[in-house]
Write a protein that binds this ligand. Structure first.
Ligand SMILES: [Zn+2]
Ligand SMILES: [Zn+2]
Length: 298
């Protein structure tokens, strides 16, 4: 499995174009797509399914079944409304095959609808552009904060206002993780929640200079799109996935680095580049150790 640590989140999974895509964020109890359901992702209470292509959805029945066997509670898939019925059909077919009932839950989410997955944490769907009905997702945290014009006022004054019925707080949204799934370029790459997400996980299926047409035909992104996206996004980490097997991952990382302006290199990461990611993680552990040594309170 690919592994990245972007505090406080771990991003782990497998993603190879046409083979398998599953990306888990354990801290959110969530995985994006299910691929062939590698064992570690069973711990996710929710699967946010971007679309129905086999490389993203094959492990769904296995996920439901093994959660049940291991007493982990009923698994839930969140999907495009067009996929609700096909998923029920697949699960009905498994009842006939296995002669037993597997409990599962399907929650359809239309573009721009939300589902609360943890206290104050919401999964929001957004429309993308692929060859089949497809969604991207933003996980956001919503917190209420004191109204800016009231900051610094004494407690009793605030209480007075509150008792008078005035709203003294405002709600702020913090986009934490965005996952685009398989998608072509489109207006979703203008969305503030996508562009301001702390972590942006997106596909990069085509790298080669002559493959723009192939990317457009399969409704996928090309490295040129990523170069544009890197300039627009304020993400701390842009995680590239769904790379093709045509190019070995080390070479792919090299090609990506040559296309991205150097001042963005640190925040563009390739999920499946284990060697580079291990080096990055060792560095993170080392600097965490050093700051602990210099900070007597830590
Ligand atoms: Zn795919
Ligand atoms: Zn696809």
């Amino acid at each position: 499995m690919g592994f990245l640590y972007v505090p406080p989140f771990r991003i782990q999974g497998i993603s190879i174009a046409g083979e398998e895509t599953v990306v888990q964020v354990p801290e959110l109890g969530l995985c994006f797509d299910i691929g062939r359901c590698p064992k570690p992702v069973l711990t996710s209470d929710y699967v946010a399914l971007s679309h129905g292509h086999m490389d993203h959805s094959a492990g769904l029945a296995y996920y439901f079944s093994h959660r049940h066997f291991q007493g982990m509670g009923v698994g839930t898939v969140v999907c495009h409304p067009a996929l609700e019925k096909p998923i029920h059909n697949v699960m009905r077919a498994w009842v006939d095959l296995e002669a037993q009932l597997t409990p599962y839950k399907v929650i359809p989410l239309a573009p721009d609808q939300e589902l609360e997955i943890k206290n104050h944490v919401f999964l929001r769907a957004f429309a993308t552009a692929h060859t089949v009905p497809a969604l991207g997702f933003v996980v956001l945290e919503r917190r209420s904060k004191l109204r800016e014009d009231l900051v610094g006022l004494p407690q009793e004054k605030l209480l007075q206002l509150k008792n008078r019925g005035e709203a003294i707080t405002r709600t702020i949204e913090y986009p934490l993780v965005c996952y685009t799934g398989d998608t072509a370029w489109g207006p979703h790459f203008d969305r503030p929640d996508v562009l301001s997400s702390k972590i942006l996980i997106t596909e990069c299926t085509f790298l080669e200079r002559g493959h723009r047409d192939r990317a457009a035909m399969g409704k996928h992104l090309h490295l040129n799109d990523i170069v544009e996206l890197v300039k627009r996004s304020s993400a701390e980490a842009i995680v590239l996935m769904h790379l093709s097997l045509r190019t070995p991952v080390g070479d792919a990382t090299q090609i990506i680095r040559e296309s991205i302006p150097p001042d963005h290199h640190d925040r563009v990461l390739v999920l499946m580049d284990s060697r580079a990611n291990r080096r990055r993680y060792e560095q993170q552990v080392k600097s965490a150790g050093q700051s602990r040594q210099t900070d007597p309170l830590a």
